[in-house]
Design a protein around this ligand. Structure first.
Ligand SMILES: *Cc1c(COP(=O)(O)O)cnc(C)c1O
Length: 941
């Protein structure tokens, strides 16, 4: 039987021999010995269990899932039971056309997910009554933290005080606290119910929860107005389902709303992933963090979607960034938006009414049974006062298979959702020791806060009510997009490798999908085992001592790692150390994270070979020695090179009292050959959505574990529900284990590869990159190389000389690759005017050759432009990509034939991928910002 590793790794041993010939090495071992500097090399066998088959791994995962207890969770606190419509589960969550797509930076081949994200933005804006929503946040806690910093930038107040309503979700409060502290923001909790509470004179922002954690629905209009009088901005964390029945925050005067869209069809997954949201009133849209989808037009003037204000994707602005979010939660945002498309406004309202009716019946039964409930309007959650009995009631409910919230020694919270049945309520009544109520109770929504405005009026939320229509809509959008299920996505730094079906299957099993993150520990034994093993394996692979999977993206892992460094310095009486050295080639998130961790960024230059300039490093260390907190370097470098200076670099920084952070996004070039925790680094984050097979999802989800040496272990992120330790770091995600629901994916990958398979994969990835470099070197200069002219797992093709000579840009080449049936490599990162190619180990030789042939053919096309044979403004490159509409038009006035436009050398005519739109004019859309669904008339031609 074929081992899984042989299916994961594309090139066969025979292929690899041919590739080695092209690169000029006799064996993979020789190649790796030559490529990897001996100073970092680790010679050993990885101590992982021997590789299991797919069947074994799945059987073990089934047993692990079986050790989780799936109870009915009525805990609430922002996580609720929900029915994922099967048509959405199978055709989005479980469909590689959606989950293997990349972030839509190449909009012409991403129109499907861009439309779905625009639906998401429209849904959030409509429901909250605010103007502009972004295309997802990592969770509600981090969205609330981003809203806090947005309020600080946008508001008039010079105060550093941020007020938080006492009835805020505890995990949100925890994340806000973590993010506030390094920025010098003072968080003050206020009880807005208490008439004695006076707002302080000076504060820059106020965070409210609607409905509150207790379930209370409050009229916030007055407190919002009072905050505005003091120059503060107000954020309302709002439940979207409740907003189908309640006056939205925008109509109460809120400036910003945040929240979680989990209950729109996304399983709880023991904490994630889910799409958080952030939406702002008019006037604040240019300050939004994260990605924003907007409408623009293509070269034919047809409407087309693309990411708007791309320079606002904050991390690109490095230390001037105000947010570090990069990978977000696209797949989950697509699911939530499709839930709204599927149900429509009436359907959502009906779900909300049913949910409220259950809560009303619950309240009636408890009251009739003599249980005291807070006298307050509620939507889905009631808080009962049972003096001295709360723990007993919660235990009694658990015995009946229902989780309730132990809200205090005397209080129990019970939340209803769309999955709540009368049988669940009967179990709750029994747990409280009360009889079932005679009637159904009555509406407990505050009449003055009833929603009167319409929402989701756009036709897309009305047109797909039958399952047939829904199925076809999902298929139509998926067909617009180019994902890994069509062809190679050779994006440097992104590691778009195989996301094996066996790795993905378990995430929708109820034993993983249906656990509430705050379920009693006894119910999550399987998850604890899975997470413990995974963290242990990741520590083994990286040479670190401790790992936390809490950060839900690489950017959050960076922040967690830097916060650990900061806390460590403070604990050692060196709290003044606040300078973070970052090489000029670094990923933008590095600098953005450093600023968020309260550090000052000092840039270190690179030498002409692309390595960190050690002389400049010496100068910067000298200039900042007493204040030096850390250096943040990527290894292998973002230039795709194994730098041999890394050991010296680590030593220099350590000698000066600093800590070494190695950005682990490029770990795919190291596994089995080097361990950052052994070659001098103190902390790294890993990207489980790159190296460890979590699919990219069109721009998320991700998991960015933080891995540390022992001295930093006490400063790993804390549990958001536990009190923060005096010298601890607090939580960086809303749930203790972040996006736990997708951790079966990397677990399965490691279990099926074993140490040997992983090591072989690394070598295959390095061989593939060197093969591409060797094949293309004569056609495009390869920008940087290390030992013996070898690259690591990716290579940079320098287009700049060609651009200067011919006017053909890196953009033209990227778009022309679409005509050849490829997703472009990474464009202009880390060097403007270049393409960075990362083939990964999973692409077989035929696909690598198809790519190289396309690049060679494109080079010949560039030459025809350069020679003047084709005019600069009218050639297959300038006009790319070509749509079917264009090449089948009745007129054709271009100096090259239609066949060259559509079927350049090597393109399979029968299997051709047709982009739905021509090249998109980004600037037009930025000038005319439209970030919600345009009216259908806009698409009439
Ligand atoms: C992808 C990447 C990051 C950011 O990771 P996200 O999960 O997108 O937040 C950071 N550094 C490098 C080098 C990367 O390639």
């Amino acid at each position: 039987m074929t081992a899984f590793a042989d299916r994961h790794i594309g090139p066969t041993p025979e292929d690899q021999r041919r590739m080695l010939d092209a690169v000029g090495y006799g064996s993979v071992d020789e190649l790796m010995d030559a490529a990897i500097p001996e100073v970092i090399r680790w010679h050993g066998t990885l101590d992982l269990p021997p590789a299991g088959t797919e069947e074994q791994a799945l059987a073990e995962l089934r047993a692990i899932a079986g050790r989780n207890t799936v109870a009915t969770s009525m805990i609430g606190l922002g996580y609720h039971g929900t029915h994922t419509p099967p048509v959405i589960r199978r055709n989005v969550l479980e469909n590689p056309a959606w989950y293997t797509a990349y972030t839509p930076y190449q909009p012409e081949i991403s129109q499907g997910r861009l439309e779905a994200l625009l639906n998401f933005q429209t849904m959030v804006a409509d429901l909250t009554g605010l103007a502009t929503a972004n295309a997802s946040m990592l969770d509600e806690g981090t969205a609330a933290a981003e809203a806090m910093t947005l309020a600080r930038r946008a508001g008039r107040s010079k105060s550093n005080v941020y007020l938080v309503d006492a009835d805020t979700l505890p995990q949100t409060l925890s994340v806000i606290g973590t993010r506030a502290e390094p920025l010098g923001i003072e968080v003050r909790i206020i009880d807005i119910d208490n008439p004695e509470t006076a707002l302080p004179d000076a504060f820059f922002g106020l965070h409210l929860q609607y409905p509150g954690a207790s379930g209370a629905v409050r009229d916030h209009a007055a407190v919002i107005a009072a905050a505005h009088e003091r120059g503060a901005l107000v954020t309302v964390a709002a439940d979207l389902l409740a907003l189908t029945l309640l006056r939205p925050p925008g109509e109460a005067g809120a400036d910003i709303a945040v929240g979680n869209t989990q209950r729109f069809g996304v399983p709880m997954g023991f904490g994630g992933p889910h799409a958080g949201y952030l939406v702002v009133r008019a006037g604040l849209e240019r300050m939004l963090p994260g990605r924003l989808v907007g409408v623009s037009r293509d070269a034919d003037g047809n409407p087309a979607y693309r990411l708007a204000l791309q320079t606002r994707e904050q991390h690109i602005r490095r230390e001037k960034a105000t947010s570090n979010i990069c990978t977000a939660q696209v797949l989950l945002a697509v699911i939530a938006s499709m839930y709204a498309v599927y149900h429509g406004p009436e359907g959502l309202r009906a779900i909300a009414e049913r949910t409220h009716a259950k809560a009303a019946r619950l309240a009636a039964g408890l009251r009739e049974g003599g249980v005291a409930l807070a006298e307050q309007p509620f939507f889905d959650t009631v808080t009962a006062t049972v003096p001295g009995r709360a723990a007993g009631v919660v235990a009694a409910a658990a015995e009946r298979g229902v989780n309730l919230r132990l809200a205090g020694p005397d209080t129990v919270g019970v939340a209803c959702d769309e999955t709540t049945t009368d049988a669940h309520l009967a179990a709750v009544f029994a747990a409280f020791g009360v009889a079932e109520p005679a009637g159904d109770g009555h509406d407990a929504l505050p009449p003055g806060l009833a929603r009167i405005t319409e929402f989701l009026t756009h036709p897309v939320f009305h047109a797909h009510r039958s399952e047939t229509a829904m199925l076809r809509y999902l298929r139509r959008l998926a067909d617009f997009d180019f994902a890994l299920d069509r062809g190679m996505i050779p994006l440097g730094s992104c590691t778009m490798k195989l996301n094996a079906t066996a790795e993905l299957e378990p995430i929708s099993w109820p034993g993983f999908a249906d656990l509430h993150p705050f379920a009693p520990a006894g119910q999550a034994a399987g998850y604890r085992e899975l997470i413990g093993q995974l963290e242990g394996w990741l520590a083994t692979l990286t040479g670190y001592d401790a790992v936390s999977v809490q950060p839900n993206a690489g950017s959050q892992g960076e922040l967690a790692g830097l916060l650990a460094i900061r806390a460590y310095h403070r604990a050692n009486g060196a709290g003044h150390r606040d300078v973070c050295l970052i090489p000029s080639s670094a990923h933008g998130t590095n600098a953005a994270s450093a600023v968020m961790a309260g550090m000052r960024v000092v840039v270190v230059a690179c030498d002409p070979e692309g390595n960190v300039d050690l002389a400049d490093l010496d100068r910067k260390i000298e200039a900042h020695r007493p204040a030096l907190a850390a250096i943040m370097v990527t290894y292998p470098s973002t230039h795709g090179v194994y730098e041999s200076g890394i050991a010296a670099l680590c030593a220099k920084v350590h000698d000066a009292g600093g800590q070494v952070y190695v950005d682990g996004a490029n770990l795919n070039a190291l596994l089995g050959y080097a361990k950052p925790g052994r070659f001098g680094a103190d902390v790294s984050h890993l990207n489980l959505h790159k190296t460890f097979c979590i699919p990219h999802g069109g721009g998320g989800p991700g998991v960015g574990p933080v891995a540390v040496r022992a001295h930093l272990a006490p400063y790993l992120p804390g549990d958001p529900l536990a009190p923060r330790r005096e010298d601890g770091v607090g939580s960086v995600s809303a749930a203790a284990h972040g996006s736990a629901g997708i951790l079966p994916i990397p677990w399965a990958y490691l279990r099926m590869m074993g140490g040997e398979g992983l090591t072989r994969a690394t070598a295959a990835a390095v061989l593939s990159a060197n093969y591409v470099a060797a094949r293309l070197r004569d056609h495009y200069p390869v920008l940087y190389a290390g030992n013996k002219g070898l690259v690591a797992h990716e290579c940079i093709l320098d287009l700049r000389p060609l651009t200067r000579a011919t006017g053909v840009t890196v953009d033209d080449v990227a778009k022309r690759l679409i005509d050849y049936g490829f997703h472009a490599p990474t464009m202009s990162f880390p060097v403007a005017g270049t393409l960075m190619v990362e083939p990964t180990e999973s692409e077989d030789l035929a696909e690598l050759d198809r790519f190289c042939a396309a690049m060679v053919a494109i080079r010949a096309e560039i030459d025809r432009v350069g020679s003047g044979e084709w005019p600069k403004g009218d050639n297959p490159l300038a006009n790319a990509p070509h749509t079917a509409q264009m090449v089948t038009g009745d007129e054709w006035r271009h100096p090259y034939p239609r066949s060259v436009a559509a079927y350049p050398a090597g393109v399979d005519r029968a299997g051709k991928y047709w982009p739905p739109v021509r090249r998109i004019d980004g600037a037009y859309g930025d000038r005319n910002l439209v970030c919600a669904c345009p009216p259908p008339e806009a698409f009439e031609q």
